[in-house]
Design a protein around this ligand. Sequence first.
Ligand code: 13P
Length: 261
Amino acid sequence: MRPIVIAANWKMNTTPADAGELARTIASRTRQAGVTRVICPPYVSLAAVRDALAGEEVGVGAQNVHHELAGAYTGEVSVPMLAGLATWVILGHSERRAYFAETDALIGKKLDRAVAGGLRPILCVGEVLAEREAGREAQVVDAQLRGALEGRDPATLAAAGLVIAYEPVWAIGTGKNARGADAQAMADAVRASLRALGWGSHADATPVLYGGSVTSANIEEFLAEPGVDGALIGGASLKPDEMAGIAARAGITARARGLAS
Ligand code: 13P
């Protein structure tokens, strides 16, 4: 059975002075049986968020990680540096791809390093508007998955709890969200790509999240789709009221899917 995952990507927002309080507030308002919660603050706020969440069942994640263990990479953070600070990591976010020139091959290396270091990856994929308008969204996502996953052992990645986040770039931070049916179609496409990569039964067991202008007002549309297992949330994840509403709806889905005991 796939978990329901509600992951907050705070992006380049909050400071170590305010992140702990925000995390604590969100944690206290999002407790729902059967819902896995993750908060991904900026690196410098990881310690504050970890400390604030002591005793709460909320995962802490990094938003990126370098593919080497150590060395002359000014400004970068490696997997061993995250030990004790994070147990999850977002990889291949479209903003990293667009602004920091991350390629599928590089994201694959990061994935290897993250998994070897015991981090649970959330691998982001998604098409830009022109690609969707050309009807190429499934092809684009297939190429991203192939580029990052090909040649890697599905059982190892599945055991690491790999989560795929489908985030259409045209829906990120734009207030324009995909329709539930689009998210379902792309979750199916993701699992078809995984099967084509030899994932077999691991394909159906892999959680697929939707991301892109998710709010408490539209989360229902996505969670109503049987192939969608949660959300990766940007702007709304900084607002406790929004997160409470999103988690409450996720709790309903968890109960409906028999995940809440
Ligand atoms: P928004 O929810 O702000 O559109 O961001 C989505 C996202 O990129 C999460 O990783």
